[in-house]
Design a binder for this molecule. Structure first.
Ligand code: ATP
Length: 321
C-alpha cells in the first residue's frame, strides 16, 4: 500500500483533529502518502482531495471540530453514489481509507469495502459513545465535561431560586452522556431513552424529593426521552405546581477544545488504524476495550448493542437520596 485517505463524517466531535494528526504522522513514519478527503463522503464523490504531510496537522491537536470538514451525504446511501466515490479513489491511487465518524459513517465504509474492495478502517468519532466495540468514543469525554460545567452553573441558579431544573443533554437514542453527567453533576433523577419511565413515576419522584425538604433539584434528561427536557418539565410542573425551568444544552456540547482523555484516545486510535491497514486488516473499527486496542468488524459496531452500565444507574438512584 502506498497511499491512503482519511476523512471525517457525520456529526463533528472534539478530538477528530487529534485522530487526523495521528493518521497523517503514523502514515508518514511508514512512508505512506496521505490524502485528506474533505467534507466526508460528499467530498469523496466530488474528488475534493488534499495531500497531507506532518506539517499540515501542526497546531491542530487542541482544536475542536474537524479541519477536514464533515458532511452528511445522501448519495452514499445508493450503490451508484458509492461507485462514483470508489472511482475517484481509484483515480487518485488511494488504496486504503480511515473513516472517522459514527455508525452511519461505518455503514458507508463497510459498503465501500464490500462493493469495491477498498481497505477501510473505522475510528469511532462521536460524542454519543453509542458504538459497540469500544469503551469510549472520541469526543464523549469532552462533551461530558462541557455539559457538566453548564450543569454546575445552572445549579447555582436552581439553589438560589429554590427551583427545579430539567437539563436536556444530547442523546437521541443513547443515555451515556445523560447517565455519566447526571452522576457527576449530582442529579436528582436521570432520564434516558433506553429505559422509558412513565411520566407519572418522574412526577412522583419530584413530589417525594419536595417532601424530603429538597428545595432545588437538577433532573438530567437525554433528548430522546419522552420528547426531551421541555416536554418533561411542562408535564411535571403542571402536575406538581412546582417552580420549574428547562435548559436545553444543545450544540454547545459538540464544540470546544478536546480534553486530555479525548486527545490521547484519538491519538491511539488513529495510530492503530494506520498500522492495521498496513498489516492488511480491513472492514474493522479500532477501539479501546479495558485500555487495550481492540478491533471489531464494522458490521458488529451497529448490529451489536452497547448498553449503559446498569450498576451505575442503580447507584445514581441511591446517591440522589
Ligand atoms: P453521528 O452519529 O456522530 O452523527 P454518524 O457517522 O452516525 O455520526 P450519520 O449522519 O448517520 O452520522 O452518517 C454519516 C454519513 O454516512 C451519511 O450522511 C451517509 O453519507 C453515510 N451513511 C450513513 N448511513 C449509511 C448507510 N446505511 N449506507 C451508506 N452510507 C451511509
Amino acid at each position: 500500500m502506498k497511499r491512503i485517505g482519511v476523512l471525517t463524517s457525520g456529526g463533528d466531535a472534539p478530538g477528530m483533529n487529534a485522530a487526523i494528526r495521528a493518521v497523517v504522522r503514523t502514515s508518514t513514519a511508514h512512508e505512506l502518502e496521505v490524502i485528506g478527503v474533505k467534507r466526508g463522503f460528499a467530498g469523496m464523490i466530488d474528488g475534493d482531495f488534499i495531500k497531507m504531510g506532518p506539517r499540515d496537522v501542526a497546531n491542530t491537536i487542541q482544536r475542536g471540530g474537524t479541519v477536514l470538514l464533515t458532511a452528511r451525504c445522501k448519495a452514499f446511501f445508493e450503490p451508484e453514489g458509492r461507485a462514483q466515490a470508489a472511482a475517484k479513489l481509484e483515480e487518485a491511487g488511494i488504496e486504503g481509507l480511515v473513516v472517522i465518524g459514527g455508525d452511519g459513517s461505518f455503514h458507508g465504509a463497510h459498503y465501500l469495502c464490500q462493493e469495491h474492495g477498498i481497505k477501510v478502517m473505522g475510528v469511532p468519532g462521536t460524542i454519543d459513545n453509542d458504538l459497540y466495540g469500544t469503551d469510549f468514543t472520541i469526543g464523549y469525554d469532552t462533551a461530558l465535561n462541557t455539559a457538566l460545567a453548564a450543569i454546575d452553573r445552572i445549579r447555582d441558579t436552581a439553589a438560589s431560586h429554590e427551583r427545579l431544573f430539567f437539563i436536556e443533554v444530547m442523546g437521541r437514542h443513547a443515555g451515556f452522556i445523560a447517565l455519566s453527567v447526571g452522576i457527576a453533576g449530582g442529579a436528582e433523577e436521570i432520564l434516558i431513552p433506553e429505559q422509558p419511565e412513565h411520566l407519572d413515576q418522574v412526577i412522583e419522584t419530584v413530589r417525594q424529593s419536595a417532601l424530603k425538604g429538597k428545595a432545588s433539584s437538577i433532573i438530567v434528561v437525554a433528548e430522546g426521552f419522552e420528547g426531551g427536557g421541555l416536554k418533561v418539565m411542562e408535564a411535571v410542573s403542571k402536575a406538581t405546581g412546582l417552580d420549574a425551568r428547562a435548559s436545553i444544552l444543545g450544540h454547545v456540547q459538540r464544540g470546544g477544545s478536546p480534553t486530555a482523555a479525548d486527545r490521547i484516545l484519538a491519538s491511539r486510535l488513529g495510530f492503530a488504524a494506520v498500522e492495521a491497514l498496513m498489516e492488511g486488516k480491513t472492514d474493522l473499527m479500532a477501539g479501546v476495550v479495558a485500555d487495550e486496542i481492540h478491533f471489531t468488524p464494522l458490521q458488529e459496531t451497529w448490529e451489536k448493542r452497547k448498553d449503559v452500565n446498569q450498576k451505575m444507574r442503580l447507584m445514581a438512584k441511591v446517591l440522589a437520596l
